[in-house]
Design a protein around this ligand. Sequence first.
Ligand SMILES: C[S@@+](CC[C@H](N)C(=O)[O-])C[C@H]1O[C@@H](n2cnc3c(N)ncnc32)[C@H](O)[C@@H]1O
Length: 366
Amino acid sequence: MTPDNLPTAQYDAQLAEKKDRLVSIMAAFSAPEPEVFRSPVSHYRMRAEFRIWHDGDDIYHIMFDQATKQRIRVDTFPAASTLINQAMPKLLEGIQPHKCLRHKLFQIDYLSTLSGEIVVSLLYHRQLDEEWQQHAQQLRDNLQAEGINLQLIGRASKQKICLDRDYADERLMVSGREMIYRQTENSFTQPNAAVNIHMLEWAQNVTTNSQGDLLELYCGNGNFSLALAGNFNRVLATEIAKPSVAAAQFNISANKIDNVQIIRMSAEEFTQAMQGVREFNRLKGIDLSEYQCETIFVDPPRSGLDEQTIKMVQAYPRILYISCNPETLSENLTILSQTHQITRLALFDQFPYTHHMECGVLLEKH
Ligand SMILES: C[S@@+](CC[C@H](N)C(=O)[O-])C[C@H]1O[C@@H](n2cnc3c(N)ncnc32)[C@H](O)[C@@H]1O
């Protein structure tokens, strides 16, 4: 179901239902009433992926209805940002006349920003050649001349052709300060920019007056690390994905922040390092015992925290946990609530018109 015809009243009803569901999940942990952060009702998704349908020489964006599996032609997509909606028809118009751009094109991925930059990836079931590259450059130049600040990438099996850059630089106003966040194609970034701002400001709010340093796991491109840096003496953050770590390093200097250190490590490896089980070259020059962390911040993938990481996290007086999956959050809280109590709870509506929920929990040691 696309949100085309869904009125605001339906949005409100769905959000109220999510809140009730969260309250009932959190009742077991004596959590306070959730603070609820709404999404815009349209144009909230900064990323979108569409399959491409070929009808003779004609091409169009399609999606599949999740219930019926039927193909739906998509000419405009109100859930996606205004920029994605501007780029969609212009891109197809530019591709359609050229067989070498059209042939075996099966998917288009859009990554847009509030800053006006957009990265578009064209995915093919064939290898891309010099001719493709020339046409793609022309297409990019034409779209740029029409005012779309676009980067174009071609992808095929074991092939990636990046004409210039494979990233866009987002600019978000967070608590009155403009933050720059490099976002790389095919790497994790929060999908709903307006709700992301709410999440960053909420995390800043709950960590105001914190003492000491912050330890962060699953930091992505430094989204929270940089926004929270002002509330701590130092921030030590870890992330597994190389492109995200590179983006985070860029973001540290772009935002002129000098108290954040990012290490490329999985949460599991970092837990082993903290427990002294293993030594890592990547930690050379970093004395973990020098950090005085009273707060740990985690924003794991849908699978939540593994058993060893939960134990490690549990050693900290304050745990700030952002979760995109209330089921794994609830499983993890069963253990964390043995030592900590929930003092703040938030529902962020990252995914309007779906059942997905994003939550924030502050836990403090009993
Ligand atoms: C939900 S995202 C959060 C990213 C970041 N906090 C943000 O707001 O953009 C989870 C991140 O965890 C990373 N990740 C996934 N598995 C991991 C693991 N085992 N150890 C460390 N990081 C992992 C992913 O690459 C992704 O960047």
